[in-house]
Design a protein. Structure first.
Length: 392
C-alpha cells in the first residue's frame, strides 16, 4: 500500500456536478493511499449520488446539513479534524460562491471555515467547457488561487472540463499536506527505458516501465520541488516532461535541464548499446548481424558538465545477491561522486512493488526500503531532501 497520504484526514466536499458519480472511487483511492476521509455533500450532489454510497466509500457518516453540532467547525475549524479540505467535484456555482464568501450549502460553509482557519484547500473543478471559460468563473478561480487554494486541473475533453483523474487529485492533496522539504528546489528525474533505432520499425530497448522514476518525480513534487521529468513516456501534471527516445537524446536533455537544477535523480534504464540505424526497413527472412556500440554514461556526462551537482544513481543487478548489488552501487558511487545509489534487483522491473538498498556514505550500512513504488519513492525523495539540506 502507498503511504503518500498516511495519517492525513481529508474532508471531501462533493458538489452537484455529474462528476459526483466518481466520488466513490475517489474516496477509495484516497483511503488506499493511507488517508481517512469524511464527506460533506451539497443538496445538489445528493440528487446525483446517494449519501449511503459515499458513507460506504468513506466508512464515515456523511454531512448533508449543518446542524447544532456545527459540523463545519468540527471538520474544518482551527482545531478541526481535517488536515485538508478537498472539493471534488467543484462546480462553477461552488467556486463562485466560495470566492464571494457565500456559504449556503454544507460544502461552501466548510470552505469558508477552512479558508478562515488556514486549513489547506484543494479544488478539482468539473463543468462544461463554456462554463470553465466564463470570465466570472476564471476570476473566481484566480481569486481562490491567490488565497492559496491548490487545483487539480480538469481534463478538457469532448467540450467538457472533466474532473482530474484520481491519481492527479491524490497528488495535489499530497502536495498540500506533505512537509515541503524540497520547496524551491529544481529536481531533474529520468525515467523508463530508452530506445535505440535499428531501422524505421525495429528498436533495441529493455523492460523498464518508468514506474519508479515517475513515482520519484511525483514524490519530489509532493514535497514542494519543481520537477523536470526526462522520459519516453506520458505527460504528467506534476512535472515538466521532456520527451526523449534515445540515450543520446536523454543525455542531451539532462545536460541542458541540469543547468538550473539542484539535483539529478537518474532512475532511467538507459540503453548501454546503440546501433547504426538504416533508413529503410530491413527485410525479414535472412540472417542478420547488428554491430553494437557502447553508449556514453549519462551520469558521467552530467558530472563532467556540473562537478558540484548532487546526483542520485540507480543500479539494477540480476544476481539477486545483496552484497553484489551493494558492491556495484559503491563502485559507481565512488567513480562518479554520487550522493547515494538506489540498488535493486532487475526482476522487479514493471512490478508495482519493489525492494531497494540505499547505498550512501562509505562505512554506513545500506538502508533497506521495501513496499509499493510510491512508498519507496517517498523515502528516496526524503533522502534527497536531507542530502540537499546538508549541502546548504
Amino acid at each position: 500500500m502507498s503511504v503518500m497520504l498516511d495519517g492525513v484526514n481529508v474532508a471531501l466536499g462533493v458538489s452537484g456536478s455529474i462528476a459526483a458519480v466518481k466520488v466513490v472511487e475517489l474516496a477509495h483511492e484516497l483511503r488506499r493511499h493511507g488517508a481517512s476521509v469524511r464527506a460533506v455533500m451539497s443538496p445538489s450532489a445528493t440528487n446525483i449520488v446517494h449519501p449511503w454510497a459515499v458513507d460506504f466509500a468513506t466508512d464515515e457518516p456523511v454531512v448533508t446539513e449543518i446542524t447544532g453540532s456545527v459540523e463545519h467547525v468540527e471538520l474544518c475549524g482551527r482545531e478541526g479534524w481535517a488536515d485538508v479540505l478537498l472539493l471534488a467535484p467543484a462546480t462553477a456555482n461552488t467556486a463562485g460562491k466560495i470566492a464571494a464568501a457565500v456559504d449556503d450549502t454544507p460544502v461552501t460553509t466548510c470552505a469558508t471555515t477552512a479558508l478562515g482557519a488556514d486549513v489547506p484547500v484543494v479544488m478539482a473543478p468539473a463543468m462544461h467547457e463554456p462554463m470553465y471559460d466564463h470570465p466570472g468563473v476564471l476570476d473566481a478561480l484566480d481569486r481562490l488561487e491567490s488565497w492559496g487554494v491548490r487545483f487539480a486541473d480538469p481534463r478538457i475533453e469532448e467540450g467538457k472540463a472533466k474532473i482530474a483523474t484520481e491519481e492527479d487529485v491524490v497528488t495535489e492533496v499530497a502536495r498540500a499536506t506533505t512537509p515541503q522539504t524540497l520547496s524551491g528546489a529544481h529536481v531533474v528525474v529520468t525515467a523508463g527505458a530508452t530506445k535505440e533505432r535499428i531501422d524505421p520499425i525495429r528498436i533495441l530497448t529493455n523492460r523498464a516501465s518508468g514506474k519508479t522514476g515517475r513515482a520519484v518525480a511525483r514524490a519530489c513534487y509532493a514535497r514542494g520541488a519543481r520537477v523536470t521529468l526526462v522520459q519516453d513516456g506520458p505527460d504528467v501534471p506534476y512535472a515538466d516532461v521532456v520527451a526523449v527516445e534515445t540515450a543520446d537524446e536523454m543525455m542531451d536533455a539532462c545536460r541542458r535541464t541540469a543547468a538550473t537544477a539542484d539535483a539529478l535523480v537518474s532512475a532511467a534504464a538507459i540503453s548501454d548499446f546503440t546501433a547504426d540505424a538504416v533508413d529503410e526497413k530491413i527485410r525479414s527472412g535472412s540472417p542478420l548481424s547488428v554491430e553494437l556500440e557502447p553508449t556514453p554514461k549519462l551520469i558521467d556526462s552530467v558530472r563532467e558538465a556540473y562537478p558540484d551537482l548532487p546526483i542520485v544513481g540507480f543500479k539494477a543487478e540480476t544476481s539477486g545477491d545483496d552484497a553484489a548489488m551493494v558492491a556495484e552501487a559503491e563502485r559507481i558511487r565512488d567513480r562518479v561522486g554520487l550522493s547515494f545509489v538506489v540498488a535493486n534487483d532487475a526482476s522487479v522491473m514493471g512490478d508495482d512493488e519493489t525492494r531497494v538498498l540505499l547505498v550512501g556514505d562509505p562505512g554506513v550500512d545500506p538502508e533497506e526500503v521495501a513496499g509499493s513504488k510510491d512508498a519507496v519513492a517517498g523515502r528516496i525523495a526524503d533522502r534527497l531532501a536531507s542530502t540537499l539540506d546538508a549541502s546548504v
